[in-house]
Design a protein around this ligand. Sequence first.
Ligand SMILES: [Fe+2]
Length: 265
Amino acid sequence: MAVCQRIHNTNCRLRAPVDWSLDRPKSTASAVPTLIGMADIQTPPVARRRSGDPEPDLTGFVVIHRAMIADARRLAGALAAMAEGAPPPPERIAAVRAYARPYLTEIHHHHENEDEVLWPVIEAAAGQAIDLAPLTDDHRALAPVLARAERALAGLGPGGREALRELADALADLRDLLEEHIADEERQVFPVVRRFVPRESFEWCERRFQEKAGLGHIRFLLPWIARHTAPAEMDHLLRRGGLPFRVLLALFRGRHAALERRVFG
Ligand SMILES: [Fe+2]
């Protein structure tokens, strides 16, 4: 069941069954105006991937989805324990704020990137093979839960047990919704991307995501991704990312590991 069907029973359209046929007309190269922040982004012409062409590399997406779910679980658990136990020292509260804020920002970015950059590319390549509207509705349903978590985070301070409890509850809701949404997304979207989206079009999307992140967010993002990456995936990402990825990761990894220890012990 889609996340939004659980939250807002009336707001979701039924998912259309995937049409795997290849005898539909090729999607025409189209320019779809989208909006990211204040800048218009024009989707470049997207043709359907031809059989035998290289598939898009979804490793980065797989790892980010895994990290989003793993940390919703870890943060919800750690904060619930903090809310019930002895008042945490101010340094630990500061560490929670320093960790949870960019984590929530990344979830915002990820959903905006999907809605505004990736979805138009998939629609141009795959046509009627997938209906992405229910997944966009899921993102809308997740937004108020993220807002609740951000409000609780802003109110977090030494001795603020109530805000800790509110944050723990919001993150538990986020965990439940993300688990369901990401499972739906990977089951429905990944096969369509692999089949219909040319590798170069997917890489164009990834470059837009990176441009949006900015160095301040990259400082959290790279070591956070690395923390949830299996060794073979890490080797692959390091090969793809080249020297800049290696250098930035080496710069930020130690500080991130120290922050993680202060949050989770
Ligand atoms: Fe999503």
